[in-house]
Design a protein around this ligand. Structure first.
Ligand code: SAH
Length: 345
């Protein structure tokens, strides 16, 4: 299958149809900069070449199955179906003060089995291809066109663990940052990970200016292990060395999902303060998005605020994340899980 992301095959097609390079540039701009639909993009090509391009190239590799627009904030949740009938999800965020962003998936399901995560409950099916990763952004851009918006931030915080699908995630990221394609600056691309030290180091060396986010969630080994089974393989001590290496390139974002009675006590605060001491990190305190079947509870807002204030007083750059799209089950994997259950009824 030749997709619109297959630059080498498109070059072959260009040569076969004797299309001048500047026409291909217009074609690419139509697809990735102006978010045109397929017929509009084809019109940028010489008439004689259109039929061959139309026959050879698959314009879309994901099918939009559902769209849910939040009534309380600017989030839209998209469920896509892959060619082999799997469901993945992406979330468009339109913060009032800030750039339009998209949270995208990197895998169908996930092999990490974090205790609090809806995607983890589904198990792992397969990696997404480069084209499937990018199609989430392209289709979102096309949906946003009537609103005069384009995606300016891409975060890998949807379904899956991006650093366990490195080849495809890296080639997707290369495509996103390429000036002749999506032209996103490195600072606007964030990859979030459960914490795989070798892969994190490769990521930092390859993309020193991109944003790395670590889902830390606890600075106590036994607590973290219970929340995230991967922590057994990659203990906190080893992860800290990677954080030291990463901090040479700028701030790492630390994600800390706050669960009542699990990681929000005094000893948890102290362990976190001690663990991050001296590191230039940005801490993001995340509220828990509950979903049917989860037996965990988020830390109440006032306590989360107080935890954040204490981190600030201790000198850490800290923000409290407001959970966008909570009315449309916008946390990782929730909507797909819901839809899979519906299909079983
Ligand atoms: N595998 C990657 C990226 C996907 S999850 C990672 O773990 O970082 C993106 C973020 O959402 C992670 O910080 C994850 O811990 C968090 N998350 C997962 N389930 C959640 C839930 N129900 N409520 C709030 N945050 C959740």
């Amino acid at each position: 299958m030749t997709t619109i992301y297959d630059i080498d095959s498109i070059e072959e097609l260009r040569v076969r149809n004797a299309v001048q390079p500047h026409r291909i540039k217009r074609f690419r701009n139509a697809l990735f900069k102006s978010s045109n639909d397929w017929n509009e993009a084809l019109e940028t090509l010489p008439e004689a070449a259109r039929a061959d391009f139309d026959r050879t190239i698959t314009f879309q590799c994901l099918e939009l199955a559902e769209r849910h627009d939040s009534e309380i904030d600017g989030a839209s949740k998209l469920i896509f179906k892959t060619h082999d009938h799997h469901l993945i999800e992406s979330v468009i965020l339109r913060p009032k003060t800030g750039r339009t962003s998209i949270c995208i998936s990197s895998q169908v399901g996930c092999a990490c089995y974090c205790s609090f995560c809806a995607t983890g409950k589904m198990g792992f099916t397969r990696n997404l291809t480069q084209a499937e990763i990018l199609d989430q952004v392209t289709q979102a851009n096309r949906m946003l066109r009537p609103e005069d918006r384009t995606i300016r931030n891409v975060v890998f915080m949807g379904m899956g663990e991006p650093l366990l699908n490195m080849d495809h995630v890296f080639s997707a990221v290369d495509f996103l940052r390429q000036p002749s394609l999506f032209n996103l600056s490195d600072a606007r691309i964030t990859v979030s990970t459960v914490g795989i030290p070798d892969a994190m180091e490769t990521f930092i060396e390859t993309y020193p200016d991109m944003q790395l986010a670590l889902s830390l969630h606890s600075a106590r080994q036994e607590v973290r292990q219970r929340m995230m089974p991967q922590a057994r393989t990659y203990p906190l001590e080893q992860l800290r060395e990677t954080l030291v290496a990463a901090s040479k390139h700028g701030k790492v974002m630390i994600e800390y999902l706050m669960l009542a009675g699990v990681n929000d006590r005094e000893e948890d605060f102290q362990a976190l303060e001690e663990y991050l001491k001296g590191l230039p990190v940005h801490i993001n305190l995340i509220p828990y998005n509950e979903y049917p079947g989860s037996n965990l509870q988020g830390t109440p807002e006032p306590e989360r605020k107080a935890f954040g204030e204490r981190l600030k007083t201790a000198g850490f750059d800290t923000t409290l994340r407001y959970s966008m799209g909570s009315d449309i089950a916008a946390a990782c994997g929730q909507l797909v899980q819901h839809k899979q259950k519906e299909a079983l009824l």
